[in-house]
Write a new protein. Structure first.
Ligand SMILES: Cc1cc2nc3c(=O)[nH]c(=O)nc-3n(C[C@H](O)[C@H](O)[C@H](O)COP(=O)(O)OP(=O)(O)OC[C@H]3O[C@@H](n4cnc5c(N)ncnc54)[C@H](O)[C@@H]3O)c2cc1C
Length: 300
């Protein structure tokens, strides 16, 4: 199906994009990589009267390390992050970027578009919540910085005002002794995962867990921080008992819906398994091992 008619406007700067959004009114939508918005428009589930294209705004696709943070421009593509040496210093970011859909989607889709879409099945919201992440928002009043957990309010809903854009995503570098993993289980590459889990650990003496963040994806209206599961590991020796307690708490924190990807019961079991595996990989990485990880496919 073709999209409903719309007018097209190309912004050359963030300021121009904000002005266009204001002038064109509530019917206007930003378009970046188009990998979520265009399919929705073709299915007529989205009918914006105007599109403000930001993908040629210069300076928005960088990936750099600065002031103890990794800084991504909103237009950094999944494929650019997958290939970035700078981004690979935090392995969870590579796990996430490399597993999203197929190479065509990864070449176009952006980190800013993913967070703005706030799809409950999206990978970036889950992976970035396992780290200390801030979203840089640009609007008529200039820039404001919003912690990721406050940025995503609900499924497909963020704190962005109509005339506000994401200009960047900043991720604090984890302390020494840290390691993380983002695992997602899906049926084929071009579908969203059935469930996902991101774990970031900081270890002392290779076994004592100083800090833990555990985030569940696709099993709620937003990514879920499994805080009881984090408590089960924080300050404890990582052993079979503490990991089992954390996995049980993660399963209890999940709030899945039955749908075409599986029943709620199945997703709850699956997310627990992903958390267990992610803890194991995160711990090995925190100890300095290089461990490949990422999306896993049914039948492999
Ligand atoms: C077949 C297929 C499979 C996919 N599988 C996965 C998957 O497994 N995991 C996953 O995480 N994602 C998946 N995706 C989604 C993909 O990652 C998209 O790239 C991403 O969700 C949106 O990024 P985009 O740049 O394409 O945004 P667009 O489609 O251009 O925009 C999406 C939304 O964000 C808004 N927006 C975009 N950029 C900004 C900005 N800078 N500031 C404010 N608002 C903005 C738009 O107005 C729109 O509402 C899949 C997509 C397809 C087509």
């Amino acid at each position: 199906m073709y999209a409903a008619p719309f007018s097209y406007h190309r912004a050359a700067s963030l300021e121009e994009a904000v002005t266009l959004l204001r002038e064109l009114g509530e019917e206007a939508r930003v378009i970046a990589g188009g990998q979520s918005l265009i399919p929705l428009m073709k299915m007529r589930m989205a009918r914006p009267g105007a599109l403000v294209d930001i993908h040629l705004i210069s300076g928005l696709n960088g990936i750099e390390r600065s002031n103890g943070e990794l800084r991504f421009g909103a237009l950094a593509r999944h494929a650019e992050i997958e290939d970035s040496r700078v981004a690979s210093t935090i392995p969870i970011l590579h796990d996430c970027a490399a597993g999203i859909a197929d190479i065509q989607v990864r070449n176009q889709g952006t980190i800013g578009g993913s967070l703005a879409e706030a799809d409950p099945s999206g990978d970036w919201g889950t992976a970035l919540m396992a780290l200390e992440t801030s979203v840089i928002c640009f609007g008529p009043g200039g820039e404001r910085t919003v912690p990721l957990e406050a940025f995503i309010k609900d499924a497909y809903t963020t704190v962005l005002a109509h005339d506000e854009l994401i200009s960047g995503v900043h991720v604090k570098l984890p302390p020494k002794g840290s390691g993380g993993a983002h695992l997602a289980f899906k049926r084929t590459a071009p579908v969203y995962p059935t469930a996902s889990a991101s774990v970031e650990l900081t270890l002392e003496d290779h076994h004592l867990c100083r800090d833990a963040r555990i985030v569940l994806g696709c099993v709620g209206l937003t990514a879920i921080r499994a805080k009881e599961a984090e408590v089960a590991l924080r300050g404890k020796t990582l052993d079979e008992k503490s990991i089992r307690t954390a996995v049980d708490a993660a399963r209890a924190a999940a709030d899945p819906q039955s749908d075409m990807r599986g029943s709620a019961d199945y997703k709850r079991v699956l997310v627990g398994t992903l958390v267990k595996r992610a803890i194991g990989i995160a711990a090995r990485r925190a100890r300095g091992e290089s461990v490949p990880a990422g999306h896993e496919y049914a039948g492999r």
